[in-house]
Design a protein around this ligand. Structure first.
Ligand code: UTP
Length: 408
């Protein structure tokens, strides 16, 4: 694309501001900016015109979970079955660490955050410890895949190297990089993060599997004989990884996928609820729930829609491959996006100033024929660090680490 072509396409879309600093750029920068403009997916911006329109949902019904009590009864069976799969090398772990964790307000990869008070305890370190617990029990290493983004890849890899992978065998850890998408201000204008650089942000956690395919990391997993992937978020410091009981339950029950869930603390709790939509598993976000769904109760008095997801899933690889071509819905999220203003000054906003475009892993669930909701004890397995203080924060996670006897 040359300058005139770029100008034309930007004019058509009302985005001429991207060429504001063109004359100040060197030849290479000019070329790079034109290439970025040529690569813009205009259909994303089109979505801004439909913002606020509610997604049409099918028929929603509750989906029963395998409860803590059920799991306790089958403890030995599930554990043996899960350990057998792990020992056979059939289970891999996938850490989603491409997000920017803007709510925490930490500039680096979230996993590099030190939650320690009187000693260092990094989020990545705690997650490695959590998987180490299973590795010790099973006597084999679980291949560990880490998704990063262009924003934090180099830092993340260097951090693991500097800490010698926190004792995990380096040959069993592989990194892969997710895709990016442009960001816009609240008026739908594409932002620049440098004079020759469009503001790009990680495009959500929904593309993790295609990124695994594209990067060759999936081929590595399959070569090792991995058949199941346990996917989880970076910020839950208490979560079990490659949990033999969870794996065992999904296998014993013949499901193709499973989701760890917690019982809602209150009907209004802001979690995505795993339910059934048109006969298939589906996750409904808290803001999509009707009043009736929120308050509806079963004959035994418990909430009908009681189980919230905690972003810890188990998926069978052949099923992931089957659904991989299906396009997921793109969500528009309000975020704090650093940019350069019309005068070329760097701005680091304190409050959200624009939108990012993201696809979400939770939308994958509806593509599977079934998904086992597997209940875990909230106090022992759910300590997400989203904010500094308040709900799902560093403070609440520290309290839970203490409760679980973890020194930090
Ligand atoms: P969050 O929903 O917490 O998003 O991600 P975030 O962007 O990191 O954080 P905020 O909203 O800006 O504060 C849930 C999980 O998905 C990963 C995150 O790293 C986290 O483990 N994620 C999110 C990605 O891997 N890529 C993305 O593009 C977004």
């Amino acid at each position: 694309m040359n300058y005139q072509e770029a100008q034309k396409v930007l004019r058509e879309h009302g985005q001429e501001q991207l060429l504001r600093f063109y004359d100040e750029l060197g030849e290479e920068e000019k070329q790079s900016l034109l290439e970025q403009i040529a690569g813009i997916d205009w259909s994303l911006l089109e979505l801004l015109n439909h913002q606020g329109e509610e997604a049409v949902r099918g028929k929603l019904e509750p989906l029963e979970a395998v409860t803590i009590a059920d799991i306790e009864k089958e403890h030995a069976v599930y554990e043996a079955r899960g350990l057998e799969a792990i020992r056979a090398g059939k289970v891999g772990a996938v850490l989603l660490a491409g997000g920017q964790g803007t709510r925490l307000g930490f500039d680096k990869a979230k996993g590099m955050f030190n939650v320690g008070v009187h000693k260092e305890l990094y989020i990545f370190e705690q997650l490695i410890r959590n998987v180490q617990a299973v590795v010790e029990k099973a006597g084999v290493t679980v291949p560990f895949y880490i998704m990063t983004s262009d924003k934090n890849h180099a830092d993340t890899v260097a951090f693991f190297e500097a800490h010698e992978y926190f004792g995990y065998p380096a040959e069993d850890v592989r990194f892969f990089v997710q895709e990016m998408a442009p960001s816009v201000d609240f008026n739908g204008k594409l932002l620049l993060e440098g004079k020759a650089q469009l503001s790009l942000s990680p495009n959500g956690n929904g593309g993790w599997f295609t990124s695994m395919q594209r990067s060759g990391v999936l081929a590595d997993a399959k070569k090792r004989g991995v058949e199941w992937l346990n996917i989880f978020a970076v910020d839950n410091v208490l979560q079990k990884i490659a949990d033999p009981l969870f794996i065992g339950a999904v296998l014993e029950k013949g499901f193709v996928s499973g989701a760890k869930v917690v019982h809602k603390a209150a009907p209004e709790e802001r979690v995505g609820v795993l339910c059934r939509e048109d006969g298939k598993p589906s996750i409904v976000e808290y803001y999509e729930m009707t009043e009736e769904m929120i308050t509806s109760r079963k004959p035994d008095g418990d909430l009908s829609y009681a189980y919230g997801v905690i972003l810890n899933y188990l998926f069978r690889i052949d099923e992931l491959e089957r659904i991989a071509g299906t396009k997921l819905q793109t969500h528009i999220a309000e975020k704090k996006i650093p940019y350069i203003d019309a005068q070329g000054n760097q701005v680091k906003p304190e409050t959200p100033n624009g939108y990012k475009f993201e696809t979400l892993i939770l939308d994958m669930i509806h593509l599977f024929d079934n998904c086992l909701p597997y209940e875990v004890v909230r106090e022992h397995e759910f300590a997400p660090i989203k904010n500094r203080t308040g709900v799902d924060s560093l403070d609440s996670a520290r309290e839970l680490l203490t409760l679980n006897g973890i020194d930090y």
